[in-house]
Design a protein around this ligand. Structure first.
Ligand SMILES: [Zn+2]
Length: 98
């Protein structure tokens, strides 16, 4: 295999040559994957820069795990907001001497 072909068949993150998936072949979810890989790994996948657009399953799993944590953190902000509002009310009540 030529060097040129070879360097397109590695995980873009960890350079593994095993269990690779081409992110650009994911159809409608490709854009979401590109965005999330950029947010998580600070790596931008593009079809125009002659660099691998493949990730191994391990690196993909890390992104999926991270997505779940982000979703949880976002939904937990509802609870954080609730406590912040309660504290605000309590401080206002104390200030007003009620
Ligand atoms: Zn990898």
């Amino acid at each position: 295999m030529s060097v040129v072909l070879h360097h397109l068949n590695i995980c873009r993150i960890c350079l593994s040559e095993r269990n690779l998936r081409n992110i650009l072949m994911f159809g409608t979810t490709t854009i979401k994957w590109i965005e999330d890989i950029k947010a998580y790994y600070k790596i931008e996948l593009s079809s125009h820069d002659n660099k691998s657009t493949k990730l191994c399953i391990d690196c993909m799993n890390k992104v999926e795990k991270w997505r779940k944590i982000v979703d949880k953190a976002v939904s937990n902000q509802t609870i954080v907001e609730f406590f912040a509002e309660k504290l605000q009310e309590e401080m206002k009540r104390n200030k007003d001497g009620i």
